[in-house]
Design a binder for this molecule. Structure first.
Ligand SMILES: [Zn+2]
Length: 60
């Protein structure tokens, strides 16, 4: 099953903040984002948060 729900996709997005996803999960997430605008927006927000956190870390 490659199709995942929006709920699963958002869980994967937040998991990705903690640790890298496995290849299978990354593929499922990418396929979902390809077809789902709502989760794409969520993914962008997570990416912005991650970037901000990296910037803060680099400042230490
Ligand atoms: Zn979705």
């Amino acid at each position: 099953m490659l199709r995942i729900t929006c709920q699963q996709a958002s869980r994967l997005l937040s998991q990705r903040m903690e640790a890298p996803l496995g290849a299978g999960m990354r593929l499922r997430l990418r396929l979902h984002l390809f077809v789902c605008d709502a989760c794409t927006r969520v993914a962008r927000q997570f990416a912005a948060i991650r970037l901000a956190m990296q910037t803060l870390r680099e400042r230490d």
